[in-house]
Design a protein around this ligand. Sequence first.
Ligand code: UTP
Length: 292
Amino acid sequence: MRKAIIPAAGLGTRFLPATKAMPKEMLPLIDRPAIQYVVEEAVRAGLTDIVMITGRNKRALEDHFDREPFLEQSLANKGDLSKLAAVQKSSMLADIHYLRQGDPLGLGHAVLKARKHIGNEPFAVLLGDDLLDEQDEILNEMADVQRLTGGSVVALMEVHPSEISAYGCADATQTAGKHLRIKGLVEKPNPSTAPSNLAVIGRYVLHPRIFDILAETPPGRGGEIQLTDALQTLAVAEGPGSGVYGVVFRGRRFDTGDKLSYLKAIFTLALEHVDLGPGIREWLDESLLPVP
Ligand code: UTP
């Protein structure tokens, strides 16, 4: 597997007005925008041919992964080599192609846009606002399950039952291996009727048969073409490329499109940061002292 789609064309309404003129994927986490962590994760998994799905107000994404000769020259002239390397790194990470979604008609619609670029091979999808622990290698694990089963694979995470209504939810059974077989998927179910507390998170390894199904999938919840609905069809289909499987992610995950989760991501990264860690820890200790 060499190719990945990174959908980043959503409107980011949960972060308005900050995202009125700026993509939410460019919100910084310490000194890198959220999207760079996602691209770096794809590259670590060997996915160096990336299609980013963008839309209006998303030009900053393209600029971030492009060369900036004037800035680079200026840093070189000053001898600021570490900043120069940091600036150049983002433009050298991968071969990134950009496609505009037009109207943001849903995640399924965004994925379908990349059909011609992907062709007839399995590929990964990484949501541009989902941040996973850098130590975790879930994409490699998912690619192994895809090779083994010939189907499609989603990343799952156990959430508190009350939180399942914010996610796609999987009805799954254990297989002989470490992965699960998915019988059904429901987008944002009511907690009282949810089939499990296994939430679908923003990493997928898909068989290209998903494109035929997406092309036929009508708008679902919220009037959007849902990737979850297409996966549900694939889960109960027969023949080559059918079947959906799950790998449970047990590491740390943040949804950087959600304000609280974004703040938690910043504090977590800051506490672990070699330069910032001691300062932020000291400040937190002082701030959290009980008021006398
Ligand atoms: P979200 O639902 O989290 O993104 O979509 P959103 O719509 O931007 O967020 P809010 O709810 O308005 O704040 C999950 C992922 O799918 C992409 C988003 O960019 C995000 O990475 N997406 C969603 C698209 O690329 N196109 C769409 O039409 C919808």
